[in-house]
Design a protein around this ligand. Structure first.
Ligand SMILES: *Cc1c(COP(=O)(O)O)cnc(C)c1O
Length: 381
């Protein structure tokens, strides 16, 4: 809320996306409801094909959430009790929870201080005889350095599952993420860059056996109508969500271009004022699910921005390894210094596609003033 009680620039505004799509969305919903086919129907199948192709993968298995996509991928790749999976702590908790929920043990490596993604140079020291897989996260929409990662995992026979929940359409050396490892997992929850109206997710892969097993697991381990070859659960996507996601998919590249344009404008205005702006490696396409800067005394800056009507986020303030849920894993403060330092300084600015130039200017001015007034206070002390 601003001083006048209004939030001038929200972190995300779903209504401005919905307004121009309203009629098409309602028509798609009506078509599905009229058909009477509410899951595992033609919309799901078509969306799986279209999104897998978008990722450069052969198969798509649509499911109920990004979290389920991760669990399906891990299980379909044969990860289970006794296995270790190397991942990062600087991520949404679902990445780590999925590993634990299939009975495997998460092992953390630190992140690269500029890209906020897995520091590949730490992999060799983290591998043990029990390591089964590596689970990199394309956090904020910046691709992990997959070239060296894949060279390393191939040499050790390790499985690679990408968490691409924040990175639809991001590219590494021209190739879309999600299709680079053995399986890639996406979320279409309504806050991600490609949004359902609720929850949805997908696993993509070019490995037929992984796709078939994931397809079975998502529907009660079913092989035929009344036959169940293993225990699965209900991780299906609704036809309604699939139909909506299909109509939005062709718009995704345009939305990404707008996010990137906002990022360039922020880079210019904030970088020249000495604020630590995001890094984009030369051979990647960052899709800016989040535009993350670093500031001193973050909570004061956030409060000042809020006072000026600019909503911000923190992704994420408490690293996974320091969460109560991870206590049994044995990592304490100081275990992952880069992750811990970033967690205290990062600030996510509004970067949704429909953000206007005026709103963007408001964010810039507010942030520059908030950080400047802070350093003046420091001078006075
Ligand atoms: C959102 C997200 C998930 C989980 O996706 P849901 O659809 O919310 O279950 C997993 N990993 C990362 C990095 C995410 O951002």
């Amino acid at each position: 809320m601003g001083e006048d009680g209004s939030c001038v620039v929200p972190l995300l505004d779903l209504r401005v996306e919905y307004d121009p799509l309203r009629e098409r969305v309602l028509a798609a919903v009506d078509e599905v409801l009229s058909s009477g086919r509410l899951y595992l129907g033609p919309q799901t199948e078509a969306f799986e094909e279209e999104f897998a192709a978008y990722c450069g993968a052969s198969y798509g298995v649509a499911c109920s959430s990004g979290t389920d996509a991760l669990i399906l991928a891990l299980q379909a790749c044969g990860v289970g009790p006794g296995d270790e999976v190397i991942t990062v702590s600087h991520t949404f908790i679902a990445t780590v929870a999925a590993i634990a929920l299939v009975g495997a043990t998460p092992v953390f490596v630190d992140i690269h201080p500029q890209t906020y993604t897995m520091d590949i140079s730490q992999l060799p020291a983290a591998v043990t005889a029990r390591t089964k897989a590596v689970l990199p996260v394309h956090l904020y929409g910046h691709p992990v350095d997959m070239g060296p990662l894949l060279a390393f995992t191939r040499s050790r026979g390790l499985t690679v599952i990408e968490d691409a929940a924040q990175a639809h359409g991001a590219r590494e050396r021209g190739r879309p993420v999600g299709g680079l490892g053995d399986a890639g997992c996406f979320s279409f929850v309504f806050t991600k860059n490609l949004r359902a109206y609720g929850d949805a997710g997908m696993l993509v892969t070019s490995d037929r056996a992984i796709a078939e097993r994931a397809r079975r697991l998502r529907d009660h381990g079913r092989s035929a109508r009344y036959e169940h070859v293993e225990f699965g659960w209900n991780a299906r996507i609704d036809e309604v969500q699939a139909a909506i996601l299909r109509l939005k998919l062709p718009l995704l590249d345009g939305w990404i271009a707008r996010r990137r344009a906002h990022a360039r404008a922020y880079d210019e205005a904030l970088g020249s004022a000495g604020i630590a702006t995001p890094f984009e490696a030369p051979d990647v396409t960052h899709v800016y699910h989040q535009y993350v800067v670093q500031v001193d005394d973050r909570e004061a800056v956030r409060a000042e921005l809020a006072r000026r009507g600019v909503e911000t986020g923190v992704h994420y303030p408490i690293p996974c390894h320091l969460q109560e849920a991870c206590r049994g894993l044995g990592y304490g403060p100081g275990a992952l210094p880069v992750t811990e330092r970033c967690a205290g300084r990062i600030l996510s600015l509004p970067v949704y596609p429909e953000l206007t130039e005026e709103q963007r200017a408001r964010v810039v001015t507010s942030l520059l003033e908030a950080t400047a007034s802070k350093s003046m206070e420091e001078q006075r002390v």
